[in-house]
Structures are given as structure tokens and as C-alpha cells.
Design a protein around this ligand. Structure first.
Ligand SMILES: [Zn+2]
Length: 270
């Protein structure tokens, strides 16, 4: 027989059990072993990423530069090919007609590169640095972590500063849209460092020279006053970034040598 009392106890126990399972589901580790809090499922994040991507596409024309599009696709395909098999499929890559020095990747396996990236990426290895870094953010589920650990108010404040510093209307609008859905926002320093490290390994495995990451970030640093939206405000200083990259370089160079031995050197015509 149920009384109101036993029912209340049962409900309390159920609530406690649900809370415990929710907490367990939310804890995990990143690919470098860093503890992560992730409240959203991968499907939820993918849906948010796809929605943001559609909106960005609606607001920003795709590039008509066939050469730039071919180069970006070639580099992205080589990098995606080095992901674990389960993560290799369903990627969409779009080059946008915008002079903004910017690139992003979203949950749901979307990659966006602005034509302006060619103002800082001078060869295929430097472009691979950017794309490897962006893909790494997705693989490490940084957007999920960000959505799970920040408040909506915090996003709003960052959106204003990032949008103001970004300059180009397209990138500002794109960032705004992403922020609205909580998937395209400035990452924190730990996440940036992790994306650098994972991205370096990825590009090297794909047969791109990881040493080119250093001049790429230097070129990026020189774009003072119009830093790419993705790299605004939270990205590590040039010095910290160089130090992190130099630490990881011996490992990445081994991957690069292996790729060369397997004759896995992409020729993206750049
Ligand atoms: Zn980043």
C-alpha cells in the first residue's frame, strides 16, 4: 500500500538517482586526458552546430574562388583522413567569400574557412595548422564543454568584445549567430592549447610539416587590430603558444617522418 510518505521517499530516491546519473554522464576526459564537464549529448551539439552553420551560410556568400576552395578542401580532406575511423565521415567544408582572417569548425562536423585566411597562411602546411587546430576543437568537444560550464550572460559579454574586435561584418554576424546557439564562441586558454597540441599531431600525421605552425601563428599575431574572431581575447599569447608548440614538436615531427616514409605527402597545389 502506498502512503503519501513512501511516495515522497520514492520520489526523493529517484531524483537522487537521476542526479547521480546526470553527474556521471557529464564527466569525461578530453583526448589529452584533461577532465571535462559535458552536459549535452553529441547529437544535441551536432544539431546546434548544424543550425549555426546554416545561418552563417545564409548570411555569408560561399567563395567563388575555385582555387582557394580546392586548396582548402584538399588540406581538410587530408587532415580528416587522419581522424579515428568513427570520426572521419560526414564532414562539410565551406570556403566563405570574406576577406576576414578567420576559420572555425562546429560540432556536427562543419568547417568554415574565410578567404582572408590566405593573408596569413602562406603554404599548405600553414593552412593545415589552422584547419588542424579547428578540427581539434571539434574532436575534443570544446563547444560542449563551453556550453556546459559557462553562463548565457558570460557569452553575451564575450560576444560584444569579440564582435567589436573582429572588424568584418560577416565574421561578427557569424560569431553572433554561433553565440546565440552557444556553439561558436571564444574558447579558453586550456582549450586553445589543447587544440594546438592535437592539431599539430593531426597535421603531421596527414603529412604536413608541423614546423610551419610557428610562422603561421607569427603571421596571425602580426594581424594586430583585426585578430580573427576565433582567436580574440582568450587565445594564448604568442610566446605561450610558441612554447607549447615547441614542446609538442618532437612528437609531431615523428608523425611527419612516418607520413613521409609512407609517401603520404599531400600536394594541394599551394
Ligand atoms: Zn582555437
Amino acid at each position: 500500500m502506498f502512503t503519501a510518505g513512501t511516495l515522497a521517499v520514492r520520489i526523493t530516491l529517484l531524483a537522487a538517482a537521476l542526479a547521480v546519473s546526470a553527474t556521471l554522464a557529464a564527466c569525461g576526459t578530453s583526448p589529452t586526458g584533461r577532465p571535462q564537464i559535458k552536459f549535452k549529448s553529441e547529437d544535441e551539439m551536432a544539431a546546434m552546430g548544424e543550425q549555426s552553420f546554416q545561418q552563417i551560410r545564409a548570411q555569408t556568400p560561399a567563395s567563388r574562388d575555385q582555387q582557394a576552395t580546392a586548396i582548402v578542401n584538399c588540406v581538410a580532406t587530408a587532415i580528416i583522413g587522419q581522424l579515428p575511423v568513427k570520426q572521419r565521415f560526414g564532414w562539410e567544408v565551406v570556403v566563405f567569400d570574406s576577406n576576414q582572417v578567420n576559420a572555425f569548425a562546429l560540432p556536427g562536423r562543419k568547417i568554415g574557412v574565410f578567404e582572408g585566411i590566405f593573408r596569413v597562411a602562406r603554404n599548405q602546411d600553414q593552412l593545415a595548422t589552422v584547419i588542424g587546430h579547428e578540427v581539434a576543437h571539434v574532436i575534443a568537444q570544446h563547444a560542449n564543454e563551453r556550453v556546459s560550464t559557462s553562463t548565457a550572460a558570460g557569452f553575451g559579454a564575450q560576444a560584444v568584445s569579440a564582435g567589436g574586435g573582429a572588424g568584418g561584418a560577416a565574421a561578427g554576424a557569424a560569431l553572433g549567430v554561433g553565440l546565440q546557439y552557444g556553439v561558436l564562441m571564444p574558447f579558453n586558454r586550456k582549450q586553445e592549447t589543447e587544440a594546438d597540441v592535437l592539431g599539430l599531431d593531426l597535421m603531421a600525421k596527414a603529412g604536413f610539416d608541423p614546423r610551419q605552425s610557428l610562422p603561421l601563428w607569427e603571421n596571425m599575431e602580426r594581424q594586430t587590430g583585426e585578430k580573427p574572431a576565433e582567436f580574440v581575447s582568450t587565445h594564448p599569447s604568442g610566446e605561450t603558444r610558441s612554447l607549447n608548440l615547441n614542446n609538442q614538436l618532437p612528437i609531431a615531427l615523428e608523425f611527419y617522418e612516418e607520413a613521409k616514409k609512407s609517401q603520404l605527402i599531400p600536394d594541394c597545389g599551394f
